[in-house]
Design a protein around this ligand. Structure first.
Ligand SMILES: [Zn+2]
Length: 705
């Protein structure tokens, strides 16, 4: 549905005799509703734009002057309106209307604001009936939110978009295009990326020819992924100030040409209406209404995933709705399973392909959309920037001949390779004995002699029953690879949890106890403690560790010897204190093949930094160099683990490293992204398996005292 921003306060009453045709803002929606072009549900009322967002574009002193009514008489004269609190509120609302339109435009292809297009507003001042530059604010908002990378502003108001041109003068991400009267206001023109000045008396043919000449080329070269269109109707021959001679029919053709050009390239567009000063207000309203009438035909379903984020109260639980379609037939798909990976939250599409997932907890999740006959899709969902509405296209797995390609696999896979699957995927802690794969026949194995590795795969979901913890798990396996030579293991996939129903209270209590055991000292526990700055209270300690192999040991000790000698002889050496300290430590490590030494204690401040809240309100950033050893004091090494390490200690140790030198985002629920950037050795690499896995919404019960 085409969405249109409008509020009764758009039509602000000016002192009698003021030349600005304020009434048009009321008459346009009235006319459109009256003739049945739109219905009440097409209209929405925007809120006030926040100061934070305004200040991404405007100057703070200027905003204060507007809000506190302290513009000087000459500043007010330049704007053309006497200042008032209502006027600035109106402007903030219109600006938010243009921003909201961008969300709807991404969803529907187009959205319109019944006001806006205030293109004479500069970052630090207003002019020509413009206080805030709504399109500039919305463009910066899109860029900041990552919803657009290259924006084109098509300004076809008869007056040059001088404020817009100046604001984006040195920002390549926004291309400003203005076609305007050469001898019209503003008399000092700024430089847009493309200015087409028009001579007085330019007629319909000339006007349209120029537009048709320039716009397609711009779309080719600028390659915008979002457009703004300022559809001022002051180009009309009847206009008091326009000085051009474009007919009302020509004005309509202009709009149609802009819309068609954008539609052809599937570029979403937000329209704001700009100026129009014909003496008969009916002419103004009629010309503006034409824009809306055409827009209705332009409305299209952009058949891509529309991730339209808006910020939300981070404490609120949110929901996500949308629709799933076949990517080829574009038919809605019923009965498609959607779930948030690693949780018990999910749903199935209804007969019309719609879904609604409620009570999404805080954090970042992968939404998994899967069906046997379609390729699985995943979409990142962040509870603090939830998607307004989602359209998901699924690609059929069958080829044109309606045949499903079956990958080759080893006939006796389970006999040969099953033990690797069980050990590394399900695990071999005490809990693993009660975790059963219910449909082993769906798992196929393939051994590669070339890589000396085993791959396991399945087209269907793996069904597990974990009687130790009381979960049924449907697992969508995307990768399982075990390298026999390096003994390294990599797997990825999406588990969906379901609580099992306990037979009695004993079983219920046993599960609660086992879950808590599984949780204590786990990565989830560690990440939550780190996030909440409770490492010590929760029993964790982190040390930098020095891992040195034999070659490095030899290099470090000989350097340390040489430097020590030089220092003793009072020779001048040039080496930083840090490196000397490192050589000293490394040379003290034994000459074993692989030695480890604990170094200084690491605190949360050393490890974690907040993330720009406008990008992600809940995440923190975790980054470090080298290896860290995480010790959990409140758990003894399990005996099954001690059998592998051949020693038993009274706490558990895991080592972590960022092999790709890329940090992680961590969330309050203990999840972290992206998992493949974290390398784990020690206890966690043995413990963190399917049989010990807890859903991310798990909360340990507080022990009663
Ligand atoms: Zn104008």
């Amino acid at each position: 549905m085409v969405k249109i921003a409008y509020h009764a306060c758009y039509a602000y009453s000016l002192p009698e005799g003021h030349r600005f045709p304020m009434l048009k803002y009321e008459l346009i929606p009235e006319q459109l509703l009256h003739e049945g072009t739109i219905f009440q549900e097409n209209l929405f009322e925007p809120n006030y734009c926040s100061d934070e967002v305004v200040l991404w574009t405007h100057d703070i002193n200027y905003l204060h002057k507007l809000k506190q009514q302290t513009l000087s008489a000459s500043e007010q004269r330049k704007i053309g309106f006497p200042q008032s609190p209502e006027l600035i509120e109106r402007e903030l609302m219109i600006t938010q209307g243009t921003i909201d339109c961008c969300i709807y435009a991404i969803e529907n292809g187009i959205a319109l604001n019944v006001a806006g297009g205030t293109h004479h507003a500069f970052a630090d001042r207003g002019e020509g009936f413009c206080l805030l530059n709504d399109m500039a604010v919305a463009a910066n908002w899109l860029l900041k939110k990552g919803l657009a990378k290259q924006i084109l502003i098509i300004d076809l108001d008869v007056h040059q978009g001088n404020g817009t041109a100046k604001i984006f003068e040195s920002d390549d991400r926004v291309f400003t295009f203005s076609m305007h009267g050469a001898h019209n206001y503003p008399f000092h023109k700024e430089v847009s990326n493309l200015d087409i000045p028009l001579l007085d008396g330019t007629d319909t043919d000339t006007y349209l020819t120029l537009l048709q000449y320039h716009l397609p080329g711009l779309l080719e070269t600028v390659k915008p992924d979002f457009a703004f269109y300022l559809s001022g109707v002051d180009i009309l021959e009847t206009d008091k100030f326009g000085k051009l001679k474009v007919s009302i029919e020509g004005c309509k053709q202009r709009d149609a040409f802009v819309f068609e050009s954008l539609k052809e390239k599937a570029i979403p567009v937000t329209v704001a209406i700009g100026g129009g000063y014909s003496p008969d207000i009916r002419t103004i309203v009629e010309a503006h209404c034409n824009t809306f009438r055409l827009a209705k035909d332009f409305f299209l379903m952009l058949l891509v995933i529309c991730a339209c984020f808006f910020s939300m109260d981070t404490n609120a639980q949110s929901s996500i709705r949308g629709m799933v379609l076949d990517s080829i037939t574009k038919q809605p798909l019923a009965g498609i399973n959607l779930f948030l990976s690693h949780t018990s939250i999910g749903t199935t599409t209804d007969q019309s392909g719609h879904f609604n997932i409620e009570r999404i907890p805080q954090g970042k999740f992968e939404l998994v959309i899967s069906s046997l006959n379609y390729e699985t899709r995943t979409i990142s969902i962040n509870s603090s920037q939830i998607t307004a509405s989602l359209q998901v296209l699924l690609k059929p797995t069958a080829n044109e001949l309606q045949e499903v390609i079956v990958e080759p696999y080893d006939e006796d896979g389970w006999e040969k390779w099953g033990k690797y699957f069980n050990t590394h995927f399900i695990g071999n802690s005490a809990l693993a004995a009660d975790c059963k794969l219910l449909n082993p026949e769906v798992v196929k194995f393939r051994f590669s002699r070339k890589n000396n590795s085993i791959r396991a795969f399945s087209r269907e979901k793996l069904l597990f029953e974990n009687k130790a913890l009381g979960y049924r798990i449907q697992y969508l396996l995307t990768k399982f690879e075990y390298n026999l030579e390096e003994r390294s293991f990599f797997y990825s996939g999406y588990p969906q949890f379901q609580e099992m129903l306990p037979k009695n209270n004993d079983e219920k209590n046993r599960w609660a106890k086992k879950r808590k055991e599984a949780y204590q000292g786990s990565i989830m526990h560690f990440m939550r403690a780190l996030y909440n700055n409770q490492l010590e209270q929760e029993g964790f300690e982190i040390h930098q560790v020095l891992k040195v192999d034999y070659a490095e040991y030899k290099r470090a000790s000989s350097l340390f010897k040489a430097y020590s000698k030089a220092i003793k002889n009072k020779e001048t050496i040039s080496i930083s204190k840090d490196s000397l300290e490192y050589y000293k430590k490394a040379s003290k490590l034994g000459a074993n093949e692989y030695s480890v030494q604990l170094d200084q204690l690491i605190t949360k401040e050393d490890l974690v930094a907040p993330i720009d809240t406008s990008i992600d309100a809940t995440a923190q950033f975790m980054g470090f160099i080298g290896w860290l050893r995480v010790t959990y004091q409140n758990k003894r090494d399990p005996i099954e683990y001690a059998r592998i390490t051949l020693k038993r200690i009274d706490h558990i140790n895991s080592d972590i490293n960022l092999p790709n030198k890329i940090g992680l985002s961590i969330y309050p629920n203990g999840t972290y992204f992206y998992g493949n950037n974290l390398f784990i050795e020690g206890y966690w690499s043995w413990w963190e398996k399917l049989s010990t896995h807890l859903p991310t919404d798990y909360q340990p019960e507080q022990t009663k005292h």
